[in-house]
Design a protein around this ligand. Structure first.
Ligand code: TXA
Ligand code: MG
Length: 323
């Protein structure tokens, strides 16, 4: 799906005025604002009802633009060369002269940078000629949007423009790697599998330590990506009154609403379908979604991470909703 050039220019001008623009990326839809403007970025937090301590990913068109904002060591350059544009965000030291507003990075001295591959995102970034801070375009704590319709349903009155680039092809958020320290650490499993990152590095990448004194990925709190319905994980069948989110060939027959993440058992297909199927099952009004087990290899790690967060007790969400 290709967006008209006039629509791209309209969106770029809206960003220039400090307004919000939702746009397609290959992972999930982003809710973008001018990353140089505290006023513009504050609108993101207001629209999402997101806590302000949570830093945002800053999107740029290419590595050259990224290097004006952050300091790239050899590891960061290796990963950027191999995987940008794509579903990868790199946390690097922020340059003194980056010109990013404090709110975009939540006052940290590091910045998360991403060069998305999606044609719509690329055209917007090239037209806007500014760094664009963009979290996923969903109310904080809710399911991430993988289509323009998801954004319209949740945030229509809060955004100036929604750039519809079709269904997100990957369907889970970018993989986040912290490169400001050596060795690099995986902060969030996402659209690029851990094994692919490790293959490029030449060694197995480990997780960022859960040291509360270190920022890590502060948005990674237990309950996140939650549908209204409760999730029952590791289910083999759906009980009475439950919806079924199946995976693979051996899905049981369902009496109620059901979706299969990938009848063929393909984890890339399952990631692409994850949020859409959860949105659809949630919209049926069931109170419980029974979820079949998904293998943890490849994109299965990101899928299981999102499922665990969606299933986490809502009490844990407390007074601090997540993004
Ligand atoms: O695929 C994606 O990454 C999407 C699309 C729109 O690009 N964006 C996205 O952004 O998922 P968001 O805001 O929902 O998630 C950003 C994550 C949060 O967990 C945040 O804490 C972490 O990135 N983060 C941002 N800046 C950071 C920093 N300087 N250090 C550590 N973590 C950071
Ligand atoms: Mg999000």
């Amino acid at each position: 799906m290709s967006v008209a050039g006039s629509e791209i220019n309209h969106a770029a001008r809206a960003l220039g005025r400090g307004e919000l623009v939702a746009f397609a990326t290959e992972t999930v839809y982003g809710l973008g604002a001018d990353a140089r403007s505290d006023r513009a970025v504050a609108r993101i937090f207001a629209a999402k009802a997101r806590p302000r301590f949570n830093p945002l990913i800053v999107h740029v068109a290419d590595l050259a633009a990224a290097r004006q904002l952050g300091v790239f060591n050899d590891t960061a350059l290796l990963l950027a060369d191999a995987l940008w544009p794509g579903a990868l965000s790199l946390v690097v030291p922020k340059r003194q002269d980056a010109g990013l507003c404090a709110l975009a990075t939540a006052g940290l001295d590091t910045v998360a940078l991403r060069v998305p591959a999606h044609e719509t995102a690329q055209r917007l970034l090239n037209a806007a000629k500014m760094p664009v801070a963009a979290p996923s375009a969903n109310p904080s704590g809710r399911l991430s949007p993988t289509s323009a319709a998801h954004v319209r349903d949740a945030l229509a009155d809060k955004v100036a423009v929604i750039l519809d680039g079709g269904e997100a092809a990957i369907g889970v958020e970018s993989t986040i790697i912290a490169c400001e320290s050596d060795p690099p650490r995986l902060l969030r499993a996402g659209g690029i599998a851990r094994s692919d990152i490790s293959a490029i590095l030449g060694y197995q990448i480990g997780d960022g330590e859960a040291d509360p004194a270190k920022p890590g990925a502060p948005g990674q709190l237990a309950s996140h990506y939650a549908p209204r319905a409760r999730l029952r994980l590791d289910a083999l069948t759906a009980g009475a009154g439950e919806a079924l989110l199946a995976f693979g060939r051996d899905a049981p027959a369902a009496n109620g609403p059901a979706r299969n993440l990938s009848p063929a058992g393909d984890l890339n297909e399952a990631a692409a379908n994850l949020f859409r199927h959860l949105h659809d099952l949630d919209a049926t009004g069931v109170s419980v979604i029974a979820v079949m087990p998904v293998p943890d290899s490849g994109l299965g790690e990101a899928i299981n991470d999102r499922l665990r967060r969606a299933a986490a007790p809502r009490e844990a969400r407390g007074g601090s909703p997540k993004a």
